[in-house]
Structures are given as structure tokens and as C-alpha cells.
Write a protein that binds this ligand. Sequence first.
Ligand SMILES: [Zn+2]
Length: 233
Amino acid sequence: MSRPALPQAPLTCAGQTLPYWLVRSPRRRTIGLKVDERGLTVFAPASLPVAHLETLIQTRAAWIRTKWTECCQKSALRIAPREGALLPYLGRAVRLSLDSGPTRLEGEVLYLNPGRDDIPGTLRRWYQAQALPFFLPRVAQYAERLGVPLPAVALSNARRRWGSCHARGMIRLNWRLLKASPAEMDYVIAHEVTHLRHMNHGPEFRKTLQHLYPDHAEAHRTLRERGFLYQAF
Ligand SMILES: [Zn+2]
């Protein structure tokens, strides 16, 4: 017979808050922790003091936080874009509205006409069509600031990489960066443009990037945290 999971007050682990359930069982000798989409479930012996449980949870806080982040990311990736969905675009949220007219962005509403195609595919093509015209002037601006010739720029469709710079001087930028904030986008662009000078991540590279884009550390951090949101389609 399975014991009921009793909801506890939400738990904060390494700075992240998640739902917390407790299952006590008289036959249980050890403590078990499970993290899934419901939150953290703790399986514990019936008589174990709460303070003991809380100490154990805090010693595993980093593991719990990592697992919970993975669960949230996986469930976010499963959400299919549909009528009324909020889509990330240049770091803000635009509402998706299916429409029989031409696909266009008006204010904070993206009117999308998928015709006979599927919605994610139509969305991808729309983002891809906007991406290069948006990226090019920014690449040009950073290249000029660094004093290097304007590189060739192409779009990439990589799942995890935001950008790359090839030895012959071509830069590839992930079209999904169009979903990111301008600060995050500029960080990737400045990083790749810096590679036109230094093809490694050594001290000279870091010094040049710091000069070219002083806020790179903060933008890198937010891109690492929010990047999964931009990978949903
Ligand atoms: Zn790099």
C-alpha cells in the first residue's frame, strides 16, 4: 500500500523554491529523496524528527536544485506554441495569434499564418527570416569597435551552441538568439567577434572581450539561466 504524500510548506534549496512532499512509513529505515515535476518528495521513517530531515535536505540542496531545474526545463520544452501562447522575442514576451492574413508582428502580438504547415515550423521560419537582418548591424558595430574587417555571418540551428567563429573568419549565430534579450545577444556577438582576434579563451581574449563588452559576465549568466526558454521551438 502506498502512503499518502503530505504537502509541506514550499522549500527553498540553494536559492530556489520548490514544492515539498513528505511520505512517512513505519517500515522505512532510511531517508529517500525524489525530485520530479511535482517537486521534492521525501520518504522517511515514521518517527524521524523533522529537524533531522531538514538538515539532510539542506546538505543535498545543490543536488535538489539541479534536479528541479532540469525538471522545469523539460516541462517547458514540452509546451507546444499555440493560440495565445507567450513567445520570447528580443527578451520580451509577444503573444501568438493565429491569423489568415500575412504573418506580422504588431506591437506585442505576433500574427502568424501557418497555412497548411505546422505552427512550430512556421514560427521557426519567421524567426530565421528576422534573425540575420537583426544580427548583421550588431556584428558590424562590434567588428568596427575592435578594428577587424566585417566577417561573413551565417545562421546556425545548433541545439546548445549560441555561436561559433571559424578559423577563416566566419561567424555563425544561432537564430534562436533572436528570442534572447539584446544584452544576451550582444554578449554572444561580442564573444564571437573577439575570436576574430584571439581564437582561444586565454587572458588576451578575456581582456579584449572585457573591453569590447564590459557587461559580458552578467549577460553570460542570464543566458545560461534562461537559455532553455529559447530552445522550446
Ligand atoms: Zn568562444
